[in-house]
Design a protein around this ligand. Sequence first.
Ligand SMILES: N[C@@H](CCC(=O)N[C@@H](CSC=O)C(=O)NCC(=O)O)C(=O)O
Length: 289
Amino acid sequence: MTDSLKTLSEHRCFGGTLRFLEHESREIGLPMRFSVFLPPQAAHGPVPAVLYLAGLTCNEETFMVKAGAQRLAAELGLALIAPDTSPRGPAVEEIEGATASWDFGIGAGFYLDATASPWAAHWRMESWIVQELLPLIAQQLPIDAERIGIFGHSMGGHGALTLALRHPGRFKSLSALAPICAPTQCPWGEKAFGGYLGADRAGWLSHDASALMQAQASAPYPQGILIDQGLGDKFLAEQLHPQLFEAACAAAGQPLTLRRHAGYDHGYYFIQSFVADHLAHHRERLNAR
Ligand SMILES: N[C@@H](CCC(=O)N[C@@H](CSC=O)C(=O)NCC(=O)O)C(=O)O
């Protein structure tokens, strides 16, 4: 059966369960991996969940191993879902350019559906996550499909902001850590969008968080968006541009808490330091009825 979940490993964790899973994805056309942490409360019925999108070079394990989020998620009764960041395996490794650099191809799916050849065949991360993975998880695991939030880091922060803005109502809460805020105006985004979407830059804007927010007629998240950014982040000036998303939120009337933290870099020690605030942000909004 195409939709069945294969458990790769299962671990007891803070009274809940951490599972690493795989399924045959119809959208990607290949097996895809993801991880799910179910808190103890999931033993008694469906729980709210937060989808975490990871950054360049990461996979479905990175967040669960490095962020230190499970203890608080167990206390708050929140499930955590962490998908892989691109298609993988022999079928895609042989595509020219798939493994040549760490910011494009494998480990760098950018959470969109590619339209340009040869990427369009398998690089369908947006459809995989939104149309296939979330419905499958809600069907097969004790997760409340109506109470799902989204956050992410760097490329995954871009993914969180853009998927939330491109799918109104799908995600009830939104936050990001050091997100790529204006990918049409930074080297990582220009390389990825040029490869995955082709040379016509007009089409890129529908995957640019700042452009999407600028186009909103009213605040899509009236309960507020949280962003944390380290000021010691070596990628901040060239790649991330939080000030552009901040300006777009101001123009759209979107409440935004953008916290700038002296000394913090781009890595998982920064994420560990603020992940509790993100889980609390989501829990408050997902539990509001
Ligand atoms: N190899 C790169 C560094 C790659 C990197 O920093 N990846 C970040 C995400 S960057 C934007 O999406 C990350 O989360 N890495 C995983 C980790 O464990 O830190 C280089 O050479 O600079």
